[in-house]
Design a protein around this ligand. Sequence first.
Ligand SMILES: NC(=O)c1ccc[n+]([C@@H]2O[C@H](COP(=O)([O-])OP(=O)(O)OC[C@H]3O[C@@H](n4cnc5c(N)ncnc54)[C@H](O)[C@@H]3O)[C@@H](O)[C@H]2O)c1
Length: 318
Amino acid sequence: MAVLITGGAGFIGSRLAAHWMSQSEQVIIFDNFNTYYDPAIKRQNVAALGDRVILVEGDVRDQAAVHALFAAYPIRRVAHLAGMSNVRYSMDQGTLYSDVNTTGSVTLMDAARKHHVEVFVLASTSSVYGSTSRIPFVEDDAASMPLAPYPASKRAAEIFAHTYHHMYGLNVNVLRFFNVYGPNGRPDMMPLKVLKAIHHGTPIPVFSGGELKRDWTYIEDVVQGVTSALKRPMGYQIINLGFGSPITLNAFIRIYEQLIGKQAIIEDVPTPPSEPLITYCDNSRARDLLDFKPSTPIEQGLANTWAWYQREFLSGLP
Ligand SMILES: NC(=O)c1ccc[n+]([C@@H]2O[C@H](COP(=O)([O-])OP(=O)(O)OC[C@H]3O[C@@H](n4cnc5c(N)ncnc54)[C@H](O)[C@@H]3O)[C@@H](O)[C@H]2O)c1
């Protein structure tokens, strides 16, 4: 029996794959190595997993390829992480985001229910909450007013997942991730961009005077939550997966300044309409249903990220 990780060459997927392989599980990765960020990074992520991983290159929008995948392997659990991310990047790309994140997810769920998958985990996002007035974010919020195509496409996939549960009994755990970061992080996300900017002495574009708050969640905590979700068939559940302690960008930058020993150069820029003032996770449901115990505070997580960056990229420097 195998676990399928779509998007397994990416940041979260490759860390999840490493964890499952360390438990001697058979892992299949399905990924199209798109060029949203440098695919060489994704190749490296997969290479680091060693020979035992099964890599199938393909696109979640390709129905024939997805059905062939399920026909070829005894897949019992699916972590569906493949997708287009980034709220701002999605702003003028509604069609692409709905094709990949909504239609691609439906294609996966269709194959999963036909092949009697026991648990299907769907990666969603805290950005589905938009500018809700319910703070911290709770799962029973209608989340019906997303601010950009990315969260709209993820919310639509969540709703389709309910339909697949209702019609076919597919067990779906929808996980709403909150600002995941850590070693091997995505190069387009703030934690690596800010780290590089402070290290190289280049300006950091900052919205709203640095007062926007984000609920940063460390990668290993997320891997623990996804792993629990993959083991627990629970009908249809929507579950927030976040640390539960938002901080301002200014505070985030200060932690890095201390770690790196340099001062950031701040450049104030207008806040785009896609950006909510805060992301803030109520993680009580994850604690109840997944035994989720996020244990990495932001100071520790950023210290680990900086240590990883130094090892990977700066070790040759004097
Ligand atoms: N990192 C975060 O903070 C965060 C927050 C909320 C939600 N998420 C969601 O979690 C999932 C994983 O995020 P990540 O940070 O690891 O992103 P990532 O971009 O590193 O990984 C996604 C992977 O999916 C692959 N992919 C994209 N389109 C595909 C397609 N059409 N067919 C097959 N593969 C495709 C990409 O090549 C990539 O390897 C995504 O669905 C993302 O939207 C991430």
